[in-house]
Design a protein around this ligand. Sequence first.
Ligand SMILES: [Zn+2]
Ligand SMILES: [Zn+2]
Length: 647
Amino acid sequence: MSNQIKISFPDSSVKEYKSGISSLEIAKSISNSLAKKILVASFNDVHIDLSTELTENGSIKFFTWDDIEGKKTFWHSSAHLLAEAVESLYPGVKFGIGPPIDNGFYYDIDFMEYDSSEINTSKIEKKFIDLCSKNLSFERKKISKKEALKYFKDKGDQYKLELLEDLDDGKITFYNQGNFTDLCKGPHVPSSKFIKSIKILNVAGAYWRGDEKNKQLTRLYAISFPKQELLDDYMLKLEEAKKRDHRKIGKELELFLFSEKVGQGLPIWLPNGHIVREKLIDFMYKEQKKQGYQHVTSPHIGSKELYVTSGHYEKYGESSFQPIQVPSDNDEYLLKPMNCPHHCEIYNFKPHSYKDLPYRIAEFGTVYRYEQSGELHGMTRVRGFTQDDAHIFCTIDQVKDEVIGVMDLILKVFKSLSFENFKVQISLRDKDDNSKYMGDEKQWDKAENDLIESVKVKGIDAVVEYGEAAFYGPKIDFMVRDSLEREWQLGTIQVDYQLPQRFNLTYVDKNNEKKTPVLIHRAPFGSLERFIAILIEHCEGNFPLWLAPEQTIILPINENVIQYAEKVNATLIDKGFRSSVDKRNEKISKKVRDAELKKIPYMLIVGDKEMESNSVSVRKKTEGDIGQKVVKDFIMGIQEELSNATN
Ligand SMILES: [Zn+2]
Ligand SMILES: [Zn+2]
């Protein structure tokens, strides 16, 4: 046996090292500055501690704070230290799980007999930083299941004991740092000294394993950074995010409401919000028309059989709203969790020839899915929402053009609403294991290629992820970055080989043979509720003119000009604008301030001077005063602004 191993690097270069070398030592052999920066490595695509000894040939990758993998490991390691800090301040507490999340990490803790008022987050933070500065390393130890069970039995931690039950003997590892040992498969950052700052962001309740029947634990949400300045920046952004919170702005602008009486997670659109929603629907409706979609309407419930056929019952049946019983027969109905099955039945309404394809049907369909109350969040996570859904039934040869068409639609949405930063991910099959995917191999190859090609045609840089495709087809996802640089998934294009088979959909091809069409699911907005929430936070409630619930407001300076103000207002309304007059007996400065709070794009101030010249003094929400304009010219200007906005 050779005691040399061959290590290949992401740039395809290969170097030989002595067997048993660690990835940290390999990094050092490349450069000291790299070695100082790396937090975790992967060897043959498995994440490992930097100290792990390598004894076989393989490929290595290094990750720093700048990589998602680096951040996740950093936060995961921080969770261990947070637990140690908590345990040292509150002896006897028990621990659930402590995973990293998109921004930071949490740990679920049973504080036992400690009262919640005793949980002092700043004391915990101080202790945490104290531990970090001690340069503690995370030491890995393989342990038998028996020993592991004994350890946590002696400690009296029933949560870890429960977690252990699900693990196989021989695959269990403990990690120890300082005075704290945790059940964990790793990896971790090399030492606690990399962690320089922490903030406990929230203390919340969380049922053990997300089950309401279990005990409610205390979830500490926190975030940590390798520099104090990074935490300061993050806290500033968080403040800004609070100002932009769609739940707050939704209330201030009277866009929507949630009522306990109506039911949790069931949004109600108020008149102002209804306008935004309808305008988005109009916009999408027109764009879809241009692309040859036909619009349909299907009911909010469907027979249980429908969803058994589609497979959605299996996915949503048990864990979502339960079937609706009816008095007259044995039928059961479900609240519609997806529009696809209804659309498959629409396709089946008549026979199809290859000449009718692509067959594109669209619906603003409201669907219902039960989310646990702890998962509900404003408009971004609700129990009833409307999708701008559509299904394209086509031949395999048409997939590429259809995907390009859908991308055009998605890009149009982004452009019209100023989402300039976005990322695209193409999810394909696992390179090494094709067994778990349904459908014809050749068709898959073609569709995957078509997705890659269509992204190229649009000149978009996309990340290709292998193994991320659904078992029924590959997909493209669009992730936008909002003005606070948060990432949101918006817009999905999904190829599906399964549903057409489940519903026995067919068409007759050129040779008069029956074929199964391919189905493309797509929703540029996703759900209108979530989309509008993201839009609100992105533009801080300053909707573009075409979406603003109220577009213009006339502010008369004195009583003499009220009649004139009403005349201007009537002209605007006549031209189709959403406009009003502030007739209150208030100072003009107060009227301007109030209109600004309502985020109305244009304030039109009128006094004697304006009345005499049939004009208005224009104040634009984001720009301030832009001067006096003749009413006719002002209207022409905003008409042009409107037509440019969505064209
Ligand atoms: Zn860990
Ligand atoms: Zn669908």
